[in-house]
Design a protein around this ligand. Structure first.
Ligand code: GSH
Length: 236
């Protein structure tokens, strides 16, 4: 069986597990501590990063883009009969999501509203572009889930958790994205693609008292100069 080496709140891992869930491919998962990486992991991961996928034949694969392409090559496509142009376009729109995973992580770690707004401006530009691409279909390109949906799923799932917790809606100005987020949440894949204790772990890390969102997105709060420089890596 395929095995995924994971860190519980990593969005790059979630893209991979979401793809496996959407394609109903069974997999094992092993969580590691990124602050104390095991030697066996460092032996198989040239970058020292998760996700790593270990194939049925025992070959470790790294980099989520490469892993997702591998999964696509060994399984039936989510959307059939796409032309090479459509597949290339889908890869490009997927990249518009993945290049913002770390941006969203830094937004969520912002110590106050001023810092969050600055960081959010970058993500909002990307949201604006994808908003203009979304059509009448429930998913990115029509009635069924595809690779672009999977790439955007970690961003939209996390935005929903943040909104539930703090009332702050990253998608407030983007009605089509909002509908798309709901469609993805309704698919059940966001919940299936994360561990059972995801909410707790995610909240402990991003929605704790040190972040503006963690303090409930309180608009009347004075800026917190001391921690403003926290640029917010992903996952600790
Ligand atoms: N380009 C990588 C990024 C993966 C990544 O940033 N993973 C983070 C966790 S979310 C990680 O492993 N961080 C540990 C480290 O960089 O040492 C990919 O797409 O797989």
């Amino acid at each position: 069986m395929i095995k995924i080496v994971s860190f519980r709140i990593c969005p790059f891992v979630q893209r991979v597990t979401a793809m496996l869930e959407a394609k109903q491919v069974p997999y094992d998962i092993e969580y590691i501590d990124l602050k104390n990486k095991p030697a066996w992991f460092l032996d198989i991961s040239p970058t020292g990063q998760v996700p790593v996928l270990i194939t049925e034949g025992g070959q470790p694969l790294f980099e989520s883009d490469a892993i997702v392409e591998y999964i696509d090559e060994i399984t039936a496509p989510l959307q059939k009969d796409l032309t090479p142009e459509q597949r290339a376009t889908n890869r490009a729109w997927s990249y518009q999501a993945t290049k913002h995973y770390l941006v969203q992580c830094s937004i969520m770690q912002s110590a106050d509203k001023g810092v969050l707004d600055e960081r959010m401006a970058k993500l909002a530009k990307s949201f604006e572009k994808v908003e203009s691409q979304l059509g009448q279909g429930a998913f990115f390109s029509g009635k069924s889930i595809g690779n672009v949906d999977i790439a955007w799923l970690p961003l939209l799932h996390r935005a929903a958790i943040v909104e539930d917790h703090s009332g702050y809606d990253m998608l407030a100005e983007f009605p089509k994205l909002k509908a798309w987020q709901q469609t993805l949440l309704n698919s059940g894949i966001p919940a299936k693609s994360v561990p059972e204790d995801f909410l707790e772990r995610f909240s402990d890390f991003y929605l704790a008292g040190r972040t503006w969102l963690g303090r409930g997105a309180n608009l009347n709060e004075a800026p917190c100069e001391a921690t403003q420089s926290n640029s917010g890596g992903c996952c600790g």
